[in-house]
Design a protein around this ligand. Structure first.
Ligand code: F0G
Length: 457
């Protein structure tokens, strides 16, 4: 195993506060056993998300000081536009303050009620934006991606045959675009191969349907392509990104991931007609087209981050750090989803806590145990987030997987922090029989996991 060497020095530090087990126990009770309600300064290692949590470089901070805060025509916008055009290649570039606004603009423009949007797997906000505009969001994930025990290299791929069947079933006129999410977050941060992008595009071309990318983690995806598609190993990650996007007609981007910024995003596309409509809407909901809900300084940080993220030493460290955490856990017999993806390690809570039934939220029980044991914040992706009650029969349908995601912020934690996380999880694993399930005391109708109050069974 290669040790993930941090290819940077630390110039600014943010102290971490240590808490005692008694303090954490009090905090988590007061939060109704809901980690979203725990104040961040009571957390030692925060693995809730990799989104908007990156550490910026000295180069990005220097860019912040060069912010041109002109309402129109800020020079930072042109730097941003140049960076996006060089990497992504699309003609029209529309800045937004984060990814979901790009989704909102896109689907407001392209969707008619009743339309279908196929995606390898929709992220929650993408799905919600499709539904909000009256569309149907359909996941068309390949078989390996649906199997937690498969170790295929590209478990994020689109099921290309399934896509063609879906198009024939509903008619291409009812499908305004096809989307590919790279990497596939909801399917474990798994990558999509260049081969799969080419095949997806061939189907789209055959039926005259545009192909868009949800490009949040594009650099991580392209690094996996370099590692795992031998005929592409000699290309740079930049060249791979350029080739990949050349197969598409546009993208949505949350730069809070592979833009290495704390806020920012964009929508990009080749269609003049769609871009004009999206820009008109942008002015209504985000701002003038040369700032799109951001400050000039934010655009500069994003321009620099989009380029920095392609550095292959950085990506080797990034992907290596996630892999390292996964290997440490796997060696100790802790059940995880394999292979590890680009931004997170996923614990298999159903196997970790076989004595807790889905009705008692094994993922949440594990997430709470990690906080109590070690001050680590993770996120449950299981029955608390996804169980659905059948409106007719009242019967509860549980999701196939009960997972706990450990999403690692970019350039924030060292490999020693990862050792601490691994050791703490292994120690919880050794005492797993003592962990109890939960029941819900209070919940909302939608997205209950953000606010639910729970108690121990
Ligand atoms: N698409 C994907 C694949 C995402 O992972 C996210 C956010 C978005 C779109 C929306 O971007 O937050 O900037 O509006 N994912 C975060 C996460 C929240 O924790 O996985 P946004």
């Amino acid at each position: 195993m290669q040790f993930p060497f941090e290819p940077f020095k630390i110039k600014v530090v943010e102290p971490l506060k240590r808490t005692s087990r008694e303090e954490r126990d009090k905090v988590i009770r007061e939060a109704g056993f809901n980690l979203f309600k725990v104040p961040a300064d009571s957390i030692l290692v925060d693995l809730l998300t990799d989104s908007g949590t990156s550490a910026m470089s000295d180069n990005q901070w220097a860019g912040i000081m060069l912010g041109d805060e002109s309402y129109a025509g800020s020079k930072n916008f042109y730097h941003f536009e140049d960076a996006v055009r060089r990497i992504f290649g699309f003609r029209h570039i529309i800045p937004t303050h984060q990814g979901r606004t790009a989704e909102n603009l896109l689907f407001s423009v392209v969707l008619k009620p009743g339309n279908i949007v196929p995606n390898n797997t929709h992220f929650d906000t993408t799905r919600a934006n499709v539904i909000h505009k009256g569309g149907h969001a359909v996941d068309v994930l390949n078989r390996a991606g649906r199997d937690p025990n498969s170790v295929e290299p590209f478990k994020g791929n689109m099921d290309v045959e399934g896509l063609e069947r879906l198009i024939n079933e509903h008619g291409p006129e009812n499908i305004p675009l096809v989307m590919l999410t790279i990497t596939n977050n909801s399917a474990g941060g798994q990558p999509v191969s260049m081969q799969n992008v080419r095949e997806t595009r061939a189907v789209c071309r055959k039926y005259g349907i545009p192909l868009f990318f949800d490009a949040c983690r594009y650099a991580e995806n392209c690094f996996f392509i370099k590692e795992r598609e031998p005929e592409l190993a000699r290309k740079t990650v930049l060249e791979l990104a350029q080739e990949l996007f050349s197969y598409g007609d546009g993208c949505t981007m949350s730069a809070k991931k592979d833009g290495l910024v704390n806020i920012g995003g964009f929508l990009a596309m080749n269609s003049q007609e769609w871009a004009t409509k999206a820009t008109n809407l942008l002015i209504l909901i985000e701002g003038f087209p040369t700032y799109g809900g951001l400050a000039g300084r934010d655009l500069e940080a994003m321009a620099r981050g989009l380029e920095e993220v392609l550095n292959e030493d950085y990506l080797r460290f990034r992907i290596g750090q996630i892999r390292y955490l996964g290997e440490e856990l796997d060696r100790a017999g802790v059940p995880i989803i394999k292979p590890t993806g680009g931004h997170a390690v996923y614990l298999n809570a159903r196997e970790f806590l076989p004595h807790i039934p889905p009705s008692q939220f094994p993922g949440q029980a594990l997430a709470v145990a990690l906080y109590r044991e070690a001050g680590i914040r993770s996120v449950e992706i299981g029955s608390l987030m996804f169980a659905e009650k059948d409106p007719q029969t009242g019967e509860v349908r549980y999701p196939d997987l009960e997972l706990v995601r450990l999403a690692v912020p970019r350039r924030v934690y060292t490999s020693m922090h990862m050792n601490y996380v691994a050791e703490s999880i292994i120690s919880v694993f050794e005492k797993r029989d003592e962990i109890r399930g939960f029941r819900i005391v209070e919940e909302t109708e939608y997205l209950r996991h953000f606010t639910a109050v729970l108690e121990e069974v």
